[in-house]
Write a protein that binds this ligand. Structure first.
Ligand SMILES: NC(=O)C1=CN([C@@H]2O[C@H](COP(=O)(O)OP(=O)(O)OC[C@H]3O[C@@H](n4cnc5c(N)ncnc54)[C@H](OP(=O)(O)O)[C@@H]3O)[C@@H](O)[C@H]2O)C=CC1
Ligand SMILES: O=C(O)C1=N[C@H](C(=O)O)C[C@H](O)C1
Length: 267
């Protein structure tokens, strides 16, 4: 499968280049950065620390997409929406790991998925997607006597909050309880907040250092507490998940898919 990595110089971009180079049956067809990036013209393999691959970083995504099978995209929301339109034009697989997407961005990705095979997830690791299934089940079993709080910590450079994974886990909890996350979500608490509203799903965000990604879902009940956690130790877990998603989507019809489809975890 011929894959293009966009955002090639980013923390995830460099991991994705490595994951594609290591994956059986995949080749790196192209690497893209924004116009003006100092990475333009550099060899993508060298950028990723694995030696030359003979693929120069380019700022012309469409000319690469038309001759590729898929694109791996962990960038920023505005770029991802633009790449979705180009991937749809080229009728290729688009794997989206970018987080912090607005409702309007999500609608535009959905529109693109009429033509492209688009896989999107706030977390591409096996562990987090298994955890989401457990959270759904525990939330359904315990009911509202247990308060749900989602706690996350990431490195100091992360720009969006709560994390895409925290929202994915919050959605799983809300689904388990058969409520809408939009109506129960509380993402900030400061000052005299009053007592906790029954049924709320709370989010707490920590930022600092080089933390790859820590997430816990806490079910706090009368006199006891259950905590379900995931700790990411290496970004390779997300990159390998993204390559697996692209390989899975290659044989699917156009549509919008999640990692639960890729991993066969849908109930
Ligand atoms: N779903 C998942 O499993 C995971 C998701 N993520 C998400 O992936 C995203 C990226 O994270 P991370 O790699 O840490 O961030 P980085 O800031 O390190 O990387 C983003 C890259 O995208 C580039 N970029 C921005 N705009 C464009 C454009 N128009 N065309 C091409 N490239 C562009 C940036 O370039 P420049 O800096 O020059 O602007 C940068 O190199 C985040 O939303 C993060 O939350 C991260 C890990 C796992
Ligand atoms: O920005 C990151 O680094 C990460 N982003 C994703 C998120 O927002 O959940 C996934 C992972 O936790 C790392």
């Amino acid at each position: 499968m011929k894959l293009v990595v966009v955002g090639a110089e980013g923390r995830m971009g460099r991991m994705l280049i490595r994951a594609v180079a290591e994956a059986e049956g995949c080749t790196l067809h192209g690497a893209v950065e924004r116009a003006g990036s100092p990475a333009l013209g550099q060899d993508a393999g060298r950028l990723a620390g694995i030696g030359d691959l003979g693929v120069s970083v380019s700022d012309d995504p469409l000319s690469l997409f038309v001759a590729a099978d898929g694109v791996l995209d962990f960038t920023v929301p505005a770029a991802t929406v633009a790449f979705a339109e180009l991937a749809a034009q080229a009728r290729i697989v688009h794997v989206v790991g970018t987080t912090g997407l607005s409702q309007d961005d999500l609608k535009r990705l959905e529109a693109a998925s009429y033509h492209a095979r688009l896989v999107r997830s706030g977390n591409m690791s096996l562990g987090v997607n298994l955890l989401a299934g457990l959270v759904r089940k525990v939330a359904a079993t315990l009911g509202e006597a247990f308060d749900i709080e989602v706690l996350e910590m990431h490195h100091r450079m992360k720009v969006d909050a709560p994390s895409g994974t925290a929202l994915l886990l919050g959605e799983a909890a809300a689904e388990g309880r058969r409520v809408s996350l939009a109506e129960t979500r509380v993402s900030t608490r400061d000052g005299h907040t009053g007592a906790r509203r029954p049924g709320d799903i709370g989010f707490a965000t920590l930022r600092g250092g080089s933390v790859v990604g820590d997430h816990s879902v806490i079910f706090a009940g009368p006199s006891e507490r259950i905590t379900l956690s995931h700790h990411a130790e290496d970004r390779g877990i997300f990159a390998r998940g993204a390559v697996r998603a692209a390989q899975w989507a290659f044989d699917q019809p156009p549509g919008l898919y999640g990692m639960d489809d890729v991993l066969g975890l849908r109930d």
